[in-house]
Design a protein around this ligand. Structure first.
Ligand code: ADP
Ligand code: MG
Length: 235
């Protein structure tokens, strides 16, 4: 009975996963189809040619991104952990975001002790941080004051990094679904960013959890093992 229940849950999860994929891929395919159907009729129009040469590659890119994210979700690379400083990681990622930060006039503060090192797959944790920052920026689009604060605390076993934004926040119902694959409240969202992040953090022996207040903002916590206790053993 219990096993049957689990099986049913799994089938339902698989069903909604497939429905999500189908929907995500069908939407850009529909617009590509529409453009190509119009091609013989509208070929002479310069504006049509401009539109098609902009939209079709953009939609193909969307499908490509989607497929990449799905692969990452379905078959994430096994972590190859190393020891690295969280402060250095945050600084590297923020460099990637310079354009975004300036364009959206976001005030970013980060205060992380140089001594805090963790033992995890650096590339994967960088991906998690990028996914969280992208969400934070998107959550603040309509907000007048855009602030992101990154901080970190640690004990001998683990380090907890907190990324706090002053965005629109989430109610409890949304909070309970954010790690579900394909859950999104955005018109063009994939709903995969946090599902992938959850998986990556778990695979690196860490934990990730949110705290949010509607209208106030959101905090995402990431806990990772310290370098000094690889695999639970002190070295
Ligand atoms: P996507 O960004 O494509 O929607 P994610 O998995 O990254 O997918 O996020 C899932 C959903 O969680 C978002 O659509 C949004 O509703 C909610 N969410 C995630 N991060 C935040 C945040 N910082 N502030 C408010 N809502 C958030
Ligand atoms: Mg996202």
């Amino acid at each position: 009975m219990h096993e049957q229940l689990i099986r049913k849950d799994k089938m339902e999860a698989l069903g909604s996963l497939v429905a999500g994929i189908a929907h995500e891929i069908r939407t850009p395919l529909t617009s590509i189809k529409m453009f190509t159907e119009l091609l013989p009729v509208k070929y002479e129009s310069v504006s049509f040619r401009q539109q098609i040469s902009r939209f079709v590659p953009q939609e193909v890119e969307r499908i490509n991104d989607m497929v990449n994210s799905l692969l990452e979700y379905a078959r994430p690379r096994k972590p190859s952990p190393e020891s690295f400083g969280l402060n250095q990681l945050v600084e590297n990622v923020l460099i990637l975001f310079t354009g975004h930060i300036e364009k959206h006039c976001i005030l970013i503060t980060h205060q992380i002790d140089d001594q805090i090192t963790v033992f995890a797959d650096k590339q994967q944790i960088q991906q998690v941080l990028i996914n969280i920052l992208l969400n934070a920026i998107e959550a603040m689009e309509e907000q007048e004051k855009k602030k992101i604060a990154i901080s970190c605390s640690s004990n001998e076993h683990s380090a907890v990094m907190v990324i706090e934004d002053s965005g629109l926040g989430m109610n409890e119902e949304i909070v309970s679904k954010i790690f579900d694959p394909f859950f999104t409240t955005k018109p063009l969202g994939t709903g995969l960013g946090l599902a992938i992040s959850y998986k990556l953090v778990r695979e690196n022996n860490g934990r990730i959890w949110p705290e949010s207040l509607p209208g106030i903002g959101t905090k995402l916590y990431i806990e990772l093992p310290r370098s000094s206790c690889r695999g639970g053993k002190s070295v």
